[in-house]
Design a protein around this ligand. Sequence first.
Ligand code: UD1
Length: 448
Amino acid sequence: MVEDRPINTSAPVSTPTEAPEKSATVLKITGGHSLSGEVRISGAKNSALAIMAGTLLCSDECRLTNIPDLADIKRMSDVIRALGVGITASPQAIDFDTRHLSTSEAPYELVSKLRASFFIIGPLLARMGEAQVPLPGGCAIGARPVDLHVRGLRAMGAEVMIEHGVVHATVRGSRRKLQGAKIYLDYPSVGATETLMMAATLAEGQTIIENAAQEPEVVDLANFCRSMGATIMGDGSNKIIIQGCDRLHSTDYPIIPDRIEAGTFLVAGAITQSAFSIFPVVPDHLLPVIAKLEETGTKVIAESPDRLRLQPQGLRATDIETLPYPGFPTDMQAQFMALLTLCEGSSVVTETVFENRMHHVAELSRMGAAIKLKGNNAIINGVPFLSGAPVMATDLRASAALVLAGLAAEGTTIMHGIHHMDRGYDDLEGKFKALGAKIERLTTVEAE
Ligand code: UD1
């Protein structure tokens, strides 16, 4: 169970005569403890979000299993429910009754809380012949435009206008069906590939997506669509071919394990020099992370086809550059940087996917890391130890990086901005606690 009791951190406890109280939940991590045992990896957040959007393609009911328990999943459920879909959630599964959609208009208040909810535009347009979805806006890691989504939908015959911050997409003609098209993506965007692949499953004729994203989550979405009767070939390569059909049927589909959560735990083992196992995983999805971990001195042994065990043997510097899959994932950059702060020698981290994904540098530096930032290159000189400190998580993966740094640091780290972590990690502190970490969620009371 998560502890949730007031503590006094840097802020004083207010009395009735003082200014009104404001409470904040923080994560308290006491570093320096070795971890052992095993961790169960949850379903993949990014697969689940895309596949939840994909349920809108289904003219029957469908069921998804192995969905992680996350704030982002609840937000996506709210967006889909607002379109008239009946949703029943239990710990084992989420059931979607997508037989009738009542509106093609997604509400701004809900879409603005979750960028990935923009991905509903493809299935909504394919199913209803129209969609109005607010632009998702930027986020802490970059501007994140949706031009590739929009251009692809236009190539498939949709009229798309952006007015007052809302994307209005319409298909004309008596059948209001998108037309198959040949689409070249300027960049292998995960979201654009997913949006267009979903849209193409119900289009007339064949769609070819060139320079498509090859991420495992794209393959998972393709598998889900195939389980409803869609014809898709080439997913996992840079050329995806989709043959459109009239309707997709009911399915019961399990989400793949989360390779980023798995990678986060692998780095946790390396940074704390601990030996433990993680399962279930798809080791192939983790190849770039495992290759880089081995360069730093941590061996990763396959105990069985879906179980990996860490064998740390020291901490050596290495360089990483984030790239689309199968390159090193941008979603592991912050966590890996936390590890490199303690690796002997000098490392360079280059972020090429997002323009503004280095906010964790300042926070790691507060813990004693020696990092020089030049644009999207971070030069890290390994230090012998980190010191616990109050830190602020600025985005989801930055929050994980700070937790890992806190687990390895001397003393106590208090992490603020915990809502970022709750967006995308299913019970991270519970899982670390079970491995023997000293970590707890606390409510601080601050004077305003
Ligand atoms: C997905 C993941 C995210 C991950 C990212 C890259 C989900 C819910 N999120 O995000 O965790 O970090 O892939 O692996 O699956 N771009 C454009 N125009 C577009 C679309 C994207 O310029 O129309 C740019 C983005 O600004 C970014 C790059 O392409 O610089 C990659 O973005 P993309 O692959 O689309 O990421 P997401 O699908 O948003």
